[in-house]
Design a protein around this ligand. Sequence first.
Ligand code: HSE
Length: 425
Amino acid sequence: MNQIRVAVAGCGTVGSHFIEVLRRNRYALKQKTGLSFDLVAAADIQAEKGNLLPGRFFRDARQLVKEPDIDIIVELIGGIHPAYELVKEAILSGKSVVTANKALLSQYGEELMNLAAENRVYIGFEASVGGAIPIIKTVRESFVGTSIKRLLAILNGTTNYILSRMTMEKMPFAAALKKAQEKGYAEANPALDLSGMDTAHKLGILVRYLFHKIISWEKIPVEGIENIDQKDIEFASQLGYRIKLLAVADRRLNSLQLAVFPALLPVNHLLAVVEDVYNAIYLEGDLIGRSLLYGQGAGGKAAASAVLADVTEIGMKLNQGGYAAIYWPQDKNLVLESADNFSSRSYLRFTAVDRPGVLARIAYLLGKNNISIASVIQKDQNPRQAVPIVMLTHEAREKSFSRALKEINSLDIIRKPTVRIRMVE
Ligand code: HSE
């Protein structure tokens, strides 16, 4: 078997880049591996795409499964249906699969991985998390013997790009999102990026291999960046912080805390300097100490690089014959901790009338709920209007924050709901 026959389902941003990258690297791959990687078929719902491609073309991707001479199907359709049906049928027909589909894997990953092992075929999914960063290979292979204690990561290129533009150029949110879409970073439905859901999908995939636990992404508490205001970015900067959308996993003895939320990071934090479309994954583990992986997290070329890596590796395994896959048992003792038990420092922005006693009333309700204030700033603005009062707190429980903010927001001196952003060290 000196030829690896590849088919691509979905010729959008990632698909079209992958087809180009495969064509350009054909000679180099042959030199490096001794194998000829050939695009033999492609599928896309838009018939016009077929005119640009060599080989067979189908509008229905599931037709690819019926073609007997395909070794690897690259699924780049995105979304759950019909990607799920295509991947399942491909595996059952003895074809290996490479996918960038984090939504699909976070919902059906375990079923598809087990089905692939039963059918002795491979699923490559490096492009599903962290774009061009080799994070899946690192956690599944390079860190196989390490017990991971903590993960802190920026896993979404679109939101990081938006926050960078809002911070560095004071660009309005909507304009920054439009730019991210033009650059091919955002999901077809950008709400997945903005709401933090895409980050939660990716966190769920990483948790499976870092902590040996299957967690449905729906169980992860998620907050997005939709409500991040330019004002908060500016106050954070003045206080020496950057706002980033983070995925967080903390392992205690037998419990795991998982969450996705925008957070204030000190400007000298390793992740605070990750700008634009870049992603970074910080890990702490018993053998590795601290480790940071950094790279381009979204965009056609970055994803195509990761897809090509999977195609090459699977092609080489198929060529060798036999079947080799690492089995990932579940840690039965590990339980997901309730978000009520989380605690953190927080940034609070109150919008209150400017008159004597206001600060005292807010401070009283925070104190009553066991929240201690670390610092306060009140900008002297127009005293006749409501003014922003910004506080940084010491560490306190989630429950304390929700109780305190409910009580404070119902005071007659408060003019807008209070903004709370967690702080991460
Ligand atoms: N929309 C995703 C992002 C693409 O912005 O990170 C890469 O998974």
